[in-house]
Design a protein around this ligand. Structure first.
Ligand SMILES: [Zn+2]
Length: 266
């Protein structure tokens, strides 16, 4: 379709810039179609899409959205639609019974998914069976967003509950997230360590493990705790967390975690 781009100076030209038609807002003039002379416009739909529309179709009310209304209608028949709608409701509708456990504690839905069911459906793929539902994983306190959702059964979800995220090491109980901070690894990596039952002590990046013969002693748990106490004492004596972190060669979050740990039990 030939579009002639020229300056709209003829008398019949009606500038639609800024006007709204249904959910479409006209952003700018695009060009004329030869030889009839219909104008084409770049519009932005409320759903966030950019859409090109003919001026006559807009003014005649034949074009009122980018097609999202139709897609939405089709979406309601999709097997994942109720999953998606339920997720949005739990996170954003205070009238929803479960809101207090979701939106009420700050859990949100990834913006692209909130705006578009199709974007969510494409990411999630097919539900393995009716026994599965969407689980926030590996971070149960995290949001519904790419990288933190999976299809899971009830049992799998129970294992991933907030209350199950307390981990006890040598008599000290902390949340998974706190331990992850302490070890300087991601929550996902920490969870994998816990679930695999691998040793939580003496962890290192594979490349930084000392070679045989270097004879570097592994730090025991109690030594680790002593070090945290020393760090805490430094902060208690007036050092900033940044300075304490630097002088011990550890992360700021580890210092904060040490402060939290010893502040209550000096
Ligand atoms: Zn739209």
């Amino acid at each position: 379709m030939a579009i002639e781009l020229r300056n709209p100076k003829n008398k019949r030209f009606i500038d639609l810039t800024g006007k709204t038609f249904g959910t479409l807002t006209v952003k700018s003039f695009m060009g004329f179609k030869k030889p009839i002379g219909c104008s084409k416009w770049i519009c932005e739909c409320q759903c966030g899409r950019t859409f090109e529309a003919w001026g006559n179709a807009l003014r005649a009310g034949q074009c009122t959205n980018c097609g999202c209304k139709r897609r939405e209608k089709v979406a309601t028949k999709h097997p994942l639609y109720s999953t998606w709608a339920g997720m949005i409701e739990r996170c954003y509708d205070p009238k929803c019974k479960q809101y207090k456990n979701y939106g009420g504690r700050g859990i949100t839905v990834h913006d692209g998914w909130r705006k578009s069911f199709w974007s969510f459906a494409e990411y999630m793929g097919q539900k393995p069976s009716g026994f599965y539902s969407v689980d926030r994983f590996p971070d149960n306190n995290g949001n519904y967003e790419p990288g933190n959702v999976r299809w899971a059964t009830k049992q799998e979800q129970n294992r991933n509950r907030r209350s199950n995220h307390l981990v006890t090491l040598d008599g000290l109980t902390k949340t998974l997230a706190e331990w992850a901070d302490e070890f300087g690894i991601s929550r996902q990596a920490m969870l994998q360590r816990v679930q695999s039952g691998r040793s939580l002590h003496g962890h290192r990046q594979p490349n930084s493990r000392p070679k045989k013969g270097e004879n570097e002693p592994e730090i025991s748990f109690s030594e680790r705790r002593e070090r945290r106490r020393t760090i805490y004492e430094q902060v208690a004596a007036g050092a900033t967390v940044e300075i304490a972190a630097k002088s011990h060669g550890v992360s700021v979050s580890l210092v904060r975690s040490a402060v939290r740990e010893f502040r209550s039990t000096p």
